[in-house]
Design a protein around this ligand. Structure first.
Ligand code: IMP
Ligand code: MG
Length: 340
């Protein structure tokens, strides 16, 4: 059962990075491959007191044996990627698909230079929307045309499918969140392409029947950056009091917040065909949960919260984050239930 796809269930920033980094360290996948839009996403994880952030590489980078791949559907900003390859020292195990699109300075200028994208939509300003627009009209440069990337270029879908044919484990990393999908989110306040599980598979070049499990990541509360509706949004004063106030990892913008909503969680589960759930930051909503590693040791109200999510969605919550460190997590997977 080797292929696990991980996606965000809300508006991005659900804590996918931590979940992926944890699974990568624990399960030693042969391949971790990133789908999604591009460097508009920042995935963060903390290990042994150090905080890491990736915007291009898969969040599995700390596992020194895992191959780190970037799918053809993902936009690459060469400066950011080359920087991360250097920081993590992963030049011997990074592979970019020859057909990944390239973000150039002009795309960033178009993203931040106009009222529509910058002010109305509130984009991350990383050039992804304009680059995808150029890809749609078929003028965008591809990774194979960039000399600085030559040594990292290869056939990502071929590599992933070969690994799956050998029954090797593959972790497929989605970015953004379900309701930022160009098709299924609240258009126009969305990102520049679909980001549900099907789209992530398409980015990487694997067919739907290759996937064994879809793990959807929800935070214990909802946050959103940029413009667009957010049901039951609380004031920033209130989110400060509750400890829910966050700042975007790419843009530094203050995130808006709302309580966990089972109705939109259920919708996200259907849009992604999710088979199991991870809940992150339980310790922020239930402080007595901080650092807990066994379900039975959670405060009763935190257990009830998780049990209610399971009752309302019909899915099992297999992973529960209780702190920033990778090890601050409750792992409730049973070997018969999960890929990897
Ligand atoms: P863009 O993807 O930069 O075009 O931005 C479009 C919308 O998606 C804006 O509201 C962004 O804040 C949001 N967005 C894009 N990527 C992420 C992400 O990784 N986390 C959270 N919000 C995101
Ligand atoms: Mg993020």
């Amino acid at each position: 059962m080797p292929c696990l796809v991980i996606v965000g269930g809300f508006f991005g920033d659900e804590g996918k990075g931590k979940i992926i980094a944890y699974l990568a360290n624990k399960e030693n996948p042969v391949i971790a491959v990133r789908g999604g839009v591009g460097p508009n996403a920042g995935h963060t994880f903390c290990h042994e007191g150090k905080t890491y952030k990736v915007r291009m590489l898969p969040s599995a980078a700390l596992n020194s044996t895992t191959q780190l791949l970037i799918g053809a559907g993902v936009l690459v900003d060469p400066n950011i990627l080359l920087d991360e390859i250097k920081t993590f020292g992963v030049s011997n195990r990074t592979l970019i698909d020859s057909q990944s699109g390239i973000i150039e300075k002009v795309h960033i200028e178009r993203d931040i230079g106009g009222i529509h994208l910058k002010n109305k939509i509130g984009t991350t300003g990383t050039g992804t929307g304009p680059a995808n627009a150029d890809r749609a009209i078929r003028v965008l440069k591809l990774a194979k045309e960039i000399p600085e990337l030559t040594r990292y270029i290869g056939d990502v879908s071929g590599t992933v499918n070969d690994a799956l044919d050998r029954n090797e484990s593959v972790l497929v990393e989605g970015t953004q969140g379900t309701f930022l999908s160009l098709y299924h989110g609240g258009y126009p306040y969305v990102t520049s392409k679909d980001v549900t599980a099907s789209a992530i598979c398409s980015d990487v070049g694997i067919g739907p029947k290759k996937v064994d499990d879809v793990l959807i990541v929800f935070k214990a509360y909802i946050t959103r950056v940029g413009e667009g509706p957010l049901k039951d949004e609380i004031t920033s004063e209130d989110s400060k009091v509750r400890g829910w106030l966050e700042y975007g990892s790419v843009t530094g913008r203050q995130r808006r917040a709302a309580p966990f909503d089972p109705v939109i969680a259920k919708k996200a589960i259907r849009l992604n065909g999710a088979t199991q759930i991870a809940i992150t930051k339980l310790d922020i909503v239930f402080p007595g949960s901080a650092g807990v590693r066994e379900f039975s040791k959670l405060p009763r109200e935190a257990q009830t919260f998780v049990e209610n999510v399971e009752a309302e969605t019909g899915l099992r919550v297999t992973l529960i984050g209780t702190g920033a460190e990778l090890t601050q997590l409750i792992d409730r997977r049973e070997t018969s239930q999960i890929a990897l």
